[in-house]
Design a protein around this ligand. Structure first.
Ligand SMILES: Cc1ncc(COP(=O)(O)O)c(C=O)c1O
Length: 399
């Protein structure tokens, strides 16, 4: 590598422990309960219905053309109709179809972050989001999260201490990845106020908001900001239909539309056309809402099963969060446990999770781990948590 004329920004390309776990797990030959990736379970993806729709949609000759960069008109129209009446309601001039949520984040950071700019991220945060900011050579400021989401008072203190305003604030306000926490409405309002005071970009990344199975809905940052150009929202179909589709969208101030299109044209021209058509047909048929209702009930049961199993196996040893939706539980051990070492042991013992430090650029969470309850059936969840206890006992030398 030393003789290659690499760009200086490559030193800030950190990769993703989460994504790498997909290939690591694919190489394993023994049975593993998968609590690692944040994916819907295979049986939770409406693959039969999608296959049925694909037979027509993917047989259309124009399904293989380049799409308009801002998105295939059919999908745009179906999406606008779908969002109508939800907290993410929007208008055509604000909408850009993207290759999943990740491309939305990439475009946002690309347009707003220069090398050395301060970017606020939650702590813990979604690794790939912070990694994207780093790929544009941002300097990250981690702001702690509690059960009401990002601690906005701490944000103000930490920014004052940093002595300069953040260029961007990256927030995952609902059923946060990895903690499962949701930001209270007071904090959402205060966050928007601070954003305005500092003139920062607020990136509102909310892939899990429609997967609520308890509690009452809180308006999105998008809705509360009421068209403020400083708020850019990133959404995806990955968690509500299937991640392999790689279809999502950005909702941004109309003045940004052309720049976003230019940036996307210099990146991938347009989002995958056949899959845009497939998602359009799914939405047009009114299938998303029924699908969400089924998924919400299943995820509620899975979360409760995982919490009960944790109580059985780790009652006095750890504590965990209690999300009202989404995919994740965040587990923190009472005593010091190296969860990266536990990961190796757990893999050998047949269960996978993501160690806490993967969610903090400064590695503030050696003692924590993220479990995805969405991907496994209740029986497998019970089995996986029991295996996790076996791994824990092996690691601490109890057996
Ligand atoms: C908070 C958050 N943002 C964005 C993404 C990326 O979504 P996509 O798979 O659509 O790129 C994820 C996926 O795990 C996520 O959890």
């Amino acid at each position: 590598m030393s003789r290659l004329p690499l760009a200086s920004r490559t030193t800030d390309l950190v990769g993703s422990v989460i994504d790498s776990s997909t290939s690591l797990l694919a190489r394993q030959r023994h049975d593993i309960v998968r609590f690692a990736m944040g994916s819907p379970a295979a049986e939770a993806v409406p693959s039969q219905l999608l296959g049925h729709l694909a037979a027509t949609e993917l047989a259309a000759p124009d399904a293989y053309d380049y799409a308009a960069t801002e998105g295939d008109p059919r999908l745009r129209e179906a999406l606008l109709a779908e969002l109508d009446g939800t907290t993410d309601r929007t208008t055509p001039e604000r909408l850009l179809i993207t290759a999943g949520g990740m491309q939305g984040l990439d475009l946002a950071f690309k347009l707003f972050v220069d090398p050395g700019d301060l970017v606020v991220v939650e702590s813990p945060t979604y690794t790939n989001g912070s990694a994207t900011a780093m790929s544009y050579q941002a300097q990250l400021l981690e702001v702690p999260v509690d059960e009401e989401g990002m601690q906005v008072d701490r944000l103000e203190e930490l920014v004052t201490h940093a002595g300069r305003a953040p260029k961007a604030i990256y927030a995952i306000p609902t059923f946060q990845n990895p903690s499962g926490a949701s930001m209270s409405i007071e904090r959402r309002r205060r966050l928007i106020e601070l954003t305005r005071r500092w003139g920062s970009l607020l990136i509102d990344d909310d892939p899990y908001g429609r997967l609520r199975f308890a509690g009452t809905e809180v308006p999105s940052l998008h809705e509360l900001a009421d068209g403020d150009p400083l708020v850019l929202s990133v959404r995806t179909f990955s968690k509500i239909i299937g991640p392999g589709l790689r279809v999502g969208w950005i909702d941004a101030d109309p003045a940004l539309q052309q720049l976003l299109i230019n940036a996307k044209q210099a990146m991938d021209t347009c989002t995958n056309m056949p899959l845009q058509r497939l998602v359009a047909a799914f939405l047009e048929g009114g299938h998303l809402r029924d699908h969400l209702t089924t998924q919400q009930a299943a995820y509620r049961e899975r979360k409760l099963t995982m919490q009960a199993a944790l109580e059985d196996w780790f009652g006095a040893l750890a504590r965990w969060t209690d999300p009202e939706g989404g995919f994740f539980l965040w587990v923190t051990f009472q005593e010091s446990v190296d969860t990266e070492a536990l990961f190796e042991q757990a893999l050998a013992d047949g269960v996978a999770f993501i160690p806490g430090n993967a969610f903090s650029p400064s590695k503030f969470f050696p003692n924590a781990l993220r479990l995805c309850f969405a991907s496994s059936t209740p029986d497998r969840i019970r089995e996986g948590v029991a295996r996790l206890r076996t791994a824990y006992d092996h690691l601490v030398g109890a057996v």
